[in-house]
Design a protein. Sequence first.
Lengths: 112, 113
Amino acid sequence: QKEVEQDPGPLSVPEGAIVSLNCTYSNSAFQYFMWYRQYSRKGPELLMYTYSSGNKEDGRFTAQVDKSSKYISLFIRDSQPSDSATYLCAMSEIQGAQKLVFGQGTRLTINP
Amino acid sequence: DVKVTQSSRYLVKRTGEKVFLECVQDMDHENMFWYRQDPGLGLRLIYFSYDVKMKEKGDIPEGYSVSREKKERFSLILESASTNQTSMYLCASSPGTGRPEAFFGQGTRLTVV
């Protein structure tokens, strides 16, 4: 079993829809949680970064962490065609070198 | 803004060649990483470094080595390139010490023929 599981999709939704992207994990030592967006043939860019449980909002993006269920989510409101990309979740422990463990990524397409 | 710069966007090398991929970051980050990304396999960690001249193996270090002589620069070396090393290579850096968020370069698409 992988430490981090993420449905690879693809996921296709109409413009303006609310998008929900999710990851589950098995390592209870994970304390840092991140979401990255990666456009085709580019490097991933950091979207959201949260520590421990709770919600964080940045514009149209909301990240949620539920440590009791080992489940994290990214919500995109009023989705735009420019949001079409692959979204990767990533997690890290507090101790050690704080290497990131990535999900496989979900390919998202927003249709105009 | 953090900037992580990889020396090449696209590279074509022959089997058996020694290949150097260079990465430079400009934010005085402690940690630097090399990943490869393949369809269906996601990002896999090859090597990372948490200090100058310090390195640790990641999940798939076989066939690779690294060098970090200066804090800002982290090099990935393919000792003898093989076709199964054809991939997208991504360099990243993170601040370290309670700040694990990583910033990535634009990637190097390496093709070994």
